[in-house]
Design a protein around this ligand. Structure first.
Ligand code: LMR
Length: 330
């Protein structure tokens, strides 16, 4: 019997968690031989709801799920965890930008960064989902000085998946034939979906989709604004697609990436090969060597259009960092 892998999910009573934890419990993240402990964290007033979620997990009789803990005490819930999905945060409503949540949600990530530093397994891998996720990830890693910043990730996989779908639909291809789609920058409306290095059935996406106008305009804005479109239609932010993306992202962290492939992830920018400012959580093309060891894929070509867009996203992240500095001081 392999040792338990302990996973904490914050916002355990929320919608994203409700879609995510059943996927993890049935083995979708670590495979069919890996026993799992699930720790569900949420605010004290959500404990009744967490009890119900735990009951449903029990009622699924998942063979791999060996332990369920619920609560609001970070020491108890973060203790010894190997993986953390930091989802719990206030979601944005109609008409808001994700960064409007920074001051309110930032405080949560100060506490959780500190808790990871003190109580988690030293090899913990942390995926920040709560928005604004790049900024929150930066806050969390700055509050965990004993952990390597490279153990922290921000979710841009949802944007990648959205871009894959849009390219596939336009090119009348299967989603499985769309590969190496990179989202650069911030998980916000300044994000940069890279159509230059993406491939559709093995060929450069911009050679398959010959319509550069569509790529620079409709494709770009569709991906950048998809989260807001979902909020307008559903009245609340995306949940199942965010959970699927979080699972995809953590799977990419734990499994070695196939040669010649990559995925998008917000990672700490120190030492990056693209000249992006050194102290940001910025989404890059990434590869995993397995077991959570992530590197940024170098040498992707960018044209002036994409470079200009990257600079805009970088500027936004630098502004968010200034706000974070105030938050951390105060
Ligand atoms: C999304 O992209 O759907 C989520 O980050 C939620 C949001 O606020 O857009």
């Amino acid at each position: 019997m392999r040792p338990l892998k302990k996973v904490v999910i914050t916002g355990g009573a929320g919608q994203v968690a409700y879609s995510l934890l059943f996927l993890i419990a049935r083995g979708d993240l670590f495979g069919p031989d890996q026993p799992i402990a699930l720790h569900l964290h949420d605010l004290p007033e959500m404990q009744k709801c967490l009890e119900g979620v735990a009951m449903e997990l029990e009622d699924c009789a998942f063979p791999l799920l060996k332990e369920i803990k619920i609560g609001s005490d970070v020491q108890e819930l973060f203790g010894g965890v190997h993986f953390a999905f930091l989802i719990g945060s206030k979601p944005r409503g109609p008409g808001m930008e994700r960064k409007d949540l920074l001051l309110e949600n930032g405080k949560i990530f100060i506490e959780q960064g500190q808790a990871l530093n003190r109580f988690a397994s030293p090899d913990v891998r942390v995926l920040v989902v709560g928005n604004p996720c790049n900024a929150n990830c930066l806050i969390a890693l700055k509050n965990a000085p004993d952990l390597n910043p490279r153990q922290f990730f921000a979710l841009t996989r949802l944007d990648q998946n959205r871009a894959v779908y849009q390219l596939a639909a336009y090119a009348k291809a299967d989603v499985a034939e769309v590969e190496n789609v990179t989202i650069w920058g911030n998980h916000s409306t300044t994000q940069v979906p890279d159509f230059l290095n993406a491939k559709i059935h093995g060929r450069a996406a911009c050679q398959v989709v010959k319509d550069r106008q569509w790529l620079e305009n409709d494709f770009f804005t569709k991906v950048q604004k998809r989260g807001a479109e979902v909020i307008t239609c559903r009245g609340k932010s995306s949940a199942a697609s965010a959970a699927k993306a979080a699972l995809d992202a953590m799977q990419s962290v734990v499994k070695p990436t196939e040669a010649g492939h990559w995925f998008s992830m917000g990672v700490y920018s120190r030492g990056n090969p693209y000249g992006i400012d050194e102290d940001l959580v910025f989404s890059f093309p990434c590869r995993s060597r397995g077991l959570g060891d992530i590197e940024i894929v170098p040498n992707l070509g960018l044209d002036p259009f994409l470079k200009e867009k990257l600079a805009i996203s970088q500027k936004e992240l630098m502004e968010e960092r200034t706000l974070i500095a105030h938050l951390l001081k105060g």
